[in-house]
Design a protein around this ligand. Structure first.
Ligand code: UD1
Ligand code: CA
Length: 456
């Protein structure tokens, strides 16, 4: 049996430079809090336990994350990264290996972390380091003559020679928890910042003859932390670029990979095409050959094969059947289910309704709480009056109905199979099948009427 894994996530820091009332690790990247990205990476490693060290921002953090199985260790005041990990020690299994992550470093790949856990399970210390063109501000990795890691020196404590080192500490490390607890207990704060540095653990371990093995990320974005809104925006773009890259590798056509935002999961079939400025939120699934026009927002939506979405559509909680044509400027709200080959046009809003095969709602309509059959044609300006001010009622429109323009269907009401409703009808009672039903004031013409003229 290999040792279990315990993960410690440091998230007590202040995040001063965000200039925000929201704790830094709750700021969203790709639609979810930074801390959730770190938790998701940790989850993939199947840890026995995850302990989050929090402090600044108080209980807002545990409350927002709301995961019962997490251990929360409060650090107050914040006396440094070593002091932070110390607060987690009582929650740790001394026989476990401990992986230390930062709550504000959201994009580390689980593969990189996995490699580190393998090293720690062999009894060594895995330290994630990276060479940076501008290492300023970071802790530097000091190696001995044989190239082995000897210690870490913080920027503010470094000599000019040490400042010239371009290999830096990312802060992420993995090591046996029992030994970690011993070293933490011996940390001092006699340094430039008067803090208990987690990094001093490396010097102690190396001095005791422990092996410190440096690991490296596959790309720099894996170890970038967020301290400001600028850095948050930059990392968001890098992340979206990675998502776009993966979609293209998979066979999706993106008209401009720089103008795509995925804030959730986007599953695509073969030969999907996505035009510019589209946003995908929650779980979105696009079938084979789906085309998404420019400037569409899709949230928790599934579009079957061959669906074509024209520009400027907003879809939320909708399910669309194969070969449907939607837009431009259509709005589908939660509970909308469109069957195959439906056509939904401009300025049409549909909510909590089923629309059957090959039915068309092409212009300026509101369809809410309705069941619409197959091959129905709903004319321009049709409205289901589903709300009486207190309750919602359903409208049923059976197969092959033709609804004339500017019709109001006052629910609850049913239009029978094959019925025709004349333009301008206000339907308050059920319309029988196959008949023409209309409500309309009789048209009159006044002979000899003269248009008034302005008095002189
Ligand atoms: C730390 C490292 C430095 C490394 C850098 C990488 C130390 C002493 N230094 O420096 O070697 O190059 O990260 O970004 O470890 N935190 C707490 N409680 C505290 C202090 C910090 O929870 O008392 C958390 C912060 O919220 C943050 C993380 O620890 O997530 C790192 O803290 P930060 O102040 O950014 O560390 P640096 O001084 O930048
Ligand atoms: Ca930092």
């Amino acid at each position: 049996m290999s040792a279990p894994l315990n993960v410690v996530i440091l998230a007590a820091g202040k995040g001063t430079r965000m200039k925000s009332d929201l704790p830094k690790v709750l700021h969203p990247l790709a639609g979810r809090p930074l801390l959730n990205h770190v938790l998701a990476a940790a989850d993939i490693l199947s840890p026995e336990k995850i302990c989050v060290v929090y402090g600044h921002g108080g209980e807002a953090l545990p409350k927002a994350i709301a995961r019962d199985e997490l251990a929360w260790a409060k650090q107050e005041p914040q006396l440094g990264t070593g002091h932070a990990v110390q607060q987690a020690v009582p929650y740790l299994n001394p026989d476990a290996i401990c992986l230390i992550l930062y709550g504000d470093v959201p994009l580390t790949r689980p593969e990189t972390l996995q490699e580190m856990t393998l090293i720690a399970r062999e009894g060594a210390i895995a330290l994630l380091t990276v060479r940076l063109a501008n290492p300023s501000g970071y802790g530097r990795i000091v190696r001995n003559a044989r190239g082995q890691v000897e210690r870490i020196v913080e920027h503010k404590d470094a000599t000019p020679e040490e400042l010239a080192i371009d290999e830096v500490n990312t802060g992420i490390l993995c090591l046996p928890a029992g030994k970690l607890a011993g070293w933490l207990a011996r940390l001092g704060n006699d340094n430039a910042q008067g803090e208990y540095y987690l990094t001093d653990v490396i010097g102690m371990a190396a001095a005791e003859g422990e092996q410190v093995i440096p690991c490296h990320p596959a790309a720099e974005w894996e170890v970038l932390g967020i301290n400001s809104r600028q850095q948050l925006a930059e990392l968001e773009r890098m992340h979206q670029r990675n998502v776009a890259e993966a979609l293209m590798v998979q066979g999706v056509t993106l008209i401009d990979p720089a103008r795509l935002d995925v804030r959730g999961t986007l599953e695509c079939g073969r030969d999907v095409l996505i035009d510019v400025n589209c946003v995908f939120e929650g779980a979105v699934a696009l079938g084979d050959g789906v085309k998404i026009g420019a400037n569409c927002v899709l949230k928790n939506v599934s579009l079957a094969a061959g669906v074509e979405l024209q520009p400027f559509c907003h879809l939320d909680g909708a399910k669309v059947g194969a070969d449907a044509r939607i837009g431009p400027f259509s709005r589908l709200r939660p509970g909308t289910e469109l069957a195959e080959e439906t056509h939904i046009g401009n300025f049409v809003e549909i909510k909590n309704s089923q629309v059957g095969f090959n039915s068309k709602i092409n212009h300026l309509s509101y369809v809410g709480d309705a069941t619409v059959g197959c091959r129905v044609n709903i004319g321009a300006g049709t409205i289901t009056c589903n709300y009486d001010g207190a309750n919602k009622h359903r409208t049923v429109i059976e197969d092959d109905v033709f609804v004339g323009s500017d019709t109001q269907l006052v629910a609850p009401v049913t239009v029978g199979r094959g019925a025709t409703l004349g333009a301008g009808t206000t339907l308050t009672r059920d319309a029988p099948a196959r008949q023409l039903t209309l409500s309309r004031a009789k048209q009159i013409t006044l002979p000899g009427w003269i248009r008034p003229v302005k008095k002189k």
